[in-house]
Design a protein around this ligand. Structure first.
Ligand code: NAD
Length: 499
């Protein structure tokens, strides 16, 4: 039960107007560090979703008609405003999501960079010309915007994921309706205020808040929507794919992950341990690229485990707004209870808790959604903890004997987003690149992924992808144009020549 009072009431942005929900209802926003209510947002309805789509549709032709350099100018201006407001927005991310302030500052850096990066495509090629079979003809393949894009985003990076979707969609000449997560709607709303301040015309960017199964579903099902881009859970991804099937709407899905973190016995131990720790505990373990299962070659397993546990036990958990904090709370009560159940289930299946395994003691952790850094050993790959996404500060660690076994363990998963390998052996690196079935492979390093890369998952991790030129290409569809400048009638025209 939430305590406190909402000291800020936010509105949705539809067609250039700030307004409440058509039904008048509001939804509370809680601070996960103390569970207290501190803001309210409109509880959007299906009608609000429709209004936002209509506004986006009305604005799209004029937006697409602007030269690329003009659209890029708006993106650069938005980036500049995000940089100016970065500290304020970083604190808002901490307040609504719970990550440590230094991580939120990093997120805001990325948030402006997405706009900056996609603005560089203002003068990029927007198609190709292919040789025709006939004389004096060309075949053009043109990139054309979809029209109205719907973007649905989760709570773990409420600012960066806004711009990861909005910037390329706008650069490609689309307009957009964005639906932030129920728990973290404020970053998207504040960023939209900056988009507005940058002079982006009304209707080009719209924000609707509310429930995924109501507002999100209405946005996905509507015939105005031409492309849906989602970052979220597998469960939501499945529901969205099914809803989009009716209109055969194109869907790009960035879903969960279960990244294997493989450490070979020739790896730099210090580098491997520190990277494994960061890749697990950043954002309280709530990143789709997190180290979800650590595999360590048997000769070095004991030493690795000892160092890993020692380092994990030194992580500082506490008020994420304070300096020097490594770990904040989980984002909400449901997530907290989910990971508690997962640890309990792992123990039932034979896992041993060697660190943590419960909520922390102490007055400052009495309220809010806290869980201690936790390490589990004695795990097998068929256990739920090794197969299901944890998305929390829990590391299951297990030994393996040789490289082939490590690759087989890594691939024994329904997910296929990120994979990590620590080794100094070039052949093993190359073999891993060839043999692991993941869309993103990190060798002797961890993320974050870079703007010019391509963030894409296999299997349950999704379809499509974000970032870089490949990510941008998802915001275009193709139009093929056959052009003749030959005055001689083609030989296949009627009436056919007599035999
Ligand atoms: P979630 O699926 O609960 O919510 C994501 C969004 O989908 C929210 O805005 C929600 O309102 C909306 N939604 C839910 N059901 C819907 C429906 N039926 N129709 C339309 N919209 C609907 O996910 P979450 O808990 O916010 O995020 C955590 C998940 O996101 C994790 O699984 C994580 O791995 C994944 N994630 C993936 C990436 C990636 O790039 N692959 C990045 C970050 C997070």
């Amino acid at each position: 039960m939430a305590t406190g009072t909402a000291n800020a009431t936010y509105q949705m942005y539809i067609g250039g107007e700030w307004r409440g929900a058509s039904g008048g209802a509001v939804r509370p926003v809680l601070n996960p560090a103390n569970g207290e209510l501190f803001a309210e947002v409109p509880e959007g309805t299906r009608e609000d979703a429709r209004a936002a789509l209509e506004a986006a549709k009305a604005a799209q032709p004029a937006w697409a008609a602007l030269p690329g350099v003009e659209r890029a100018r708006y993106l650069r201006q938005t980036a500049a405003l995000i940089r100016e407001n970065a500290e304020r927005l970083a604190r808002l991310v901490v307040q609504e999501q719970g990550k440590p302030l230094h991580e939120a500052r990093g997120e805001l850096g990325g948030t402006s960079e997405f706009f900056e990066y996609f603005a560089t495509f203002g003068r990029a090629a927007i198609g190709e010309i292919i040789a025709s079979d006939n004389q004096d003809e060309d075949i053009w393949i043109r990139n054309v915007p979809y029209g109205v894009v719907v973007a649905i985003i989760p709570w773990n990076y409420p600012a960066a994921l806004f711009s990861r979707k909005v910037a390329p969609a706008l650069m490609a000449g689309n307009t957009i309706v964005i639906k932030p997560h129920e728990d973290t709607p404020l970053s998207a709303i504040e960023l939209t205020k900056l988009v507005e301040a940058a002079g982006v015309p009304p209707g080009v960017v719209n924000v609707v808040t509310g429930a995924g199964t109501i507002v999100g579903d209405a946005l996905v099902r509507d015939e105005i929507t031409q492309l849906v881009t989602v970052t979220g859970s597998v469960r939501a991804g499945r529901q969205i794919l099914a809803a989009a099937a009716h209109n055969i709407t194109v869907v790009s899905l960035e879903l969960g992950g279960k990244a294997p973190f493989i450490v070979m016995d020739d790896a730099n131990m210090e580098l491997a341990v520190r990277n494994a720790i960061t890749a697990r505990f950043m954002n309280c373990g709530q990143v789709c690229t997190c180290n979800e299962r650590t595999y360590v070659q048997r000769h070095i397993y004991d030493e690795f485990l000892e160092r890993y546990v020692a380092m994990a036990s030194r992580l500082r958990m506490g008020d994420p707004m304070q300096a020097g904090i490594d770990l904040g709370p989980k984002v909400n009560q449901v997530e907290l209870e989910k990971i508690e159940r997962m640890v309990g289930r792992a123990q039932e299946q034979g896992a041993q808790v060697v660190l943590g395994g419960h909520r922390p003691d102490g007055e400052q952790f009495r309220k809010g959604f806290w869980y201690e850094p936790t390490v589990l050993t004695n795990v097998r790959n068929d256990m739920d903890i090794m197969q299901q996404e944890i998305f929390g500060p829990i590391t299951p660690i297990m030994p393996f004997d040789d490289f082939d076994e490590a690759i087989a363990l890594a691939n024994d998963s329904k997910y296929g987003l990120s994979a990590y390998l620590f080794t100094n052996d070039l052949k093993r690196m190359m073999r891993a690149v060839q043999d692991v079935r993941f869309g993103e492979v990190y060798i002797n390093k961890i993320g974050p992924e870079q703007l010019q890369g391509f963030h894409t998952g296999y299997g349950l991790s999704g379809q499509g992808g974000d970032d870089g030129t490949h990510g941008l290409s998802h915001y275009y569809r193709k139009k093929t144009v056959y052009v003749s400048y030959n005055d001689t009638p083609a030989s296949n025209l009627m009436p056919y020549p007599a035999a």
